[in-house]
Design a protein around this ligand. Structure first.
Ligand code: GAP
Length: 468
């Protein structure tokens, strides 16, 4: 696909513009963990806000939860993670590297000439053995075996162990859901592809508890709803697909699972999983804890263990998908306003631009005085102060106006407001639109309402108009 951004370009942009960078970089980084800078934080927060909006604000049958990362170790016995949350691993006796045995075709041996592990003349792989992905630590001052606890490998179990609590206070009855966003940790054997697979990441998971007979229809509902969420936020539908798992791919707890897959630069890969978990989790935790985890329906006088439909997404992976989908490089014709006078057109030039849905863009509007004199910075700061409480606003007076537009394009700012000579005469400014480069004059007094309405308007990716 011609328009696909390469992972290298995405990584470079993220570092250049301070979205995401390697963690502990001054010490050489550490095993595929990443830090989010200012724009990265704002951007990922917008992704999470949109998820909360879809789960909470737009429905009244889901409640929120924020459970602890450290949970009673019995949680992981009951869930099956202690015994079965493993990946097959092989070591190479020659280079000393470890590889996921089921990913060898996607991996590279570190020795030259570059080949898949096991295919080089000197490769000497061990037999595959199971490696548990949970991070272990100890709780309290004594490091004996009874003090072993685990960093949660998924947020889901925190929801199941709180089922009874939530049922009591929320006054909900099935079908209802519990949603949570939080960090999860997996000691992945081969993390990689930037924030696609890391050892510390954020999940956005929702467990939807339903009467057993309704599970199939809710499974269909959530597959559809989750696909629509990505499309509504601008991911191109032809870069998204639903892939139903074959029977031999299903997790131990699942009777049906489908992956929402996105066409990442590494190829079609999982963005989110939607699973029918049946009554596995509640039954397991009931057995291990001795608590009844059931619902008593006062109308039918029936007691049952609800079944669970789970849409499980990754906040970092979704952020990466939105970045990839928005990334564009294009030749733009001369833009009005990039010279000293606002109407002067410059010759065409190349720009890198993030065509992000305005709701996801880290900064909504940048306010730019054309020159750093003649009272323009003062008016620009006055505008910033007026807009600030309504939308994420940034002031920038450094460098030529053309360079400042390019900087805002690269962080995906949908609107630039330019203060120029005319502003001093009639208190109007130029509003420049990121995707179309269209410019128009707007009165300062109307600016907040005009921008607010545009940010709230439906949006579709301008890349959709481009033939593949
Ligand atoms: N509770 C079910 C569950 O955790 P999963 O498919 O293992 O299912 C759900 O994880 C989502 O979490 C994935 O679709 C992905 O978006 C994200 N995810 C999982 N492992 C990840 C990792 N190592 N790095 C980044 N994101 C990850």
């Amino acid at each position: 696909m011609a328009d696909l951004a390469s992972m290298d370009k995405i990584v470079a942009l993220c570092k250049r513009r301070g979205f995401i960078f390697a963690s502990s970089e001054i010490y050489g980084g550490i095993g595929s963990t990443y830090d989010y800078g200012h724009y990265g934080v704002l951007f990922k927060q917008n992704v999470k806000n949109e998820w909360w909006r879809a789960m909470l604000s737009e429905r009244d049958d889901i409640v929120a939860l924020d459970s602890a990362i450290l949970q009673h170790p019995r949680t992981w016995e009951a869930s099956g993670h202690l015994a079965g949350f493993t990946d097959p691993m092989v070591d190479c006796r020659t280079c000393g590297q470890r590889f996921r045995a089921d990913h060898l075709r996607d991996l590279e041996c570190p020795r030259k000439p570059s080949k898949h592990p096991g295919e080089g003349p000197d490769c000497d792989l061990t037999e595959a053995r199971d490696f548990n992905l949970m991070f272990e630590t100890t709780m309290g001052p004594v490091k004996d075996s009874g003090a072993t606890v685990y960093l949660r490998p998924e947020t889901a179990q925190g929801i199941f162990v709180n089922f009874k609590n939530v049922l009591q206070f929320s006054r909900k009855k099935p079908p209802f859901g519990i949603a949570q966003i939080g960090k999860s940790f997996r000691n992945e054997i081969t993390p990689g592809n930037f924030v696609f697979r890391t050892r510390e990441f954020e999940q956005m998971e929702m467990e939807f508890f339903v009467p057993p007979g309704e599970a199939p229809q809710w499974y269909e509902h959530w597959k559809q709803a989750r696909m629509e969420w990505y499309v509504e936020l601008g991911l191109r539908a032809d870069h998204l697909r639903l892939r139903e798992h074959d029977a031999d791919e299903l997790s131990h707890y699942s009777s049906a699972t489908a992956d929402v897959e996105y066409l990442f630069p590494i190829g079609w890969s999982e963005l989110e999983g939607v699973a029918n978990r049946g009554d596995f989790d509640l039954k397991q935790h009931a057995e291990y804890s001795g608590e009844k985890l059931e619902y008593f329906d006062p109308q039918t006088k029936q007691r049952y263990v609800p079944h669970v439909i789970e849409p499980a997404a990754g906040a970092d992976r979704a952020t990466l998908a939105f970045l990839v989908d928005a990334y564009d490089e294009e030749n733009v014709p001369g833009e009005a306003g990039t010279g000293d006078t606002p109407s002067e057109a410059q010759g065409g030039e190349q720009r890198t631009v993030l065509k992000l849905h305005p709701r996801l863009a880290p900064v909504k509007v940048a306010v730019l005085p054309l020159v750093r004199k003649d009272g323009q910075p003062e008016i620009a700061r006055e505008i910033v102060a007026a807009l600030r409480g309504r939308m994420q606003t940034e002031y920038d007076e450094g460098g030529s106006i053309g360079k400042r537009y390019r900087r805002q394009d690269e962080i995906g700012t949908p609107f630039c407001v330019t203060v120029d000579h005319q502003t001093l005469e009639d208190r109007s400014v130029t509003v420049r639109e990121r995707d179309s480069l269209h410019q128009e004059r707007v009165a300062i007094d109307e600016l907040g309402d005009v921008l607010g309405a545009r940010l709230a308007a439906p949006w579709r990716s301008p890349k959709l108009a481009v033939a593949p």
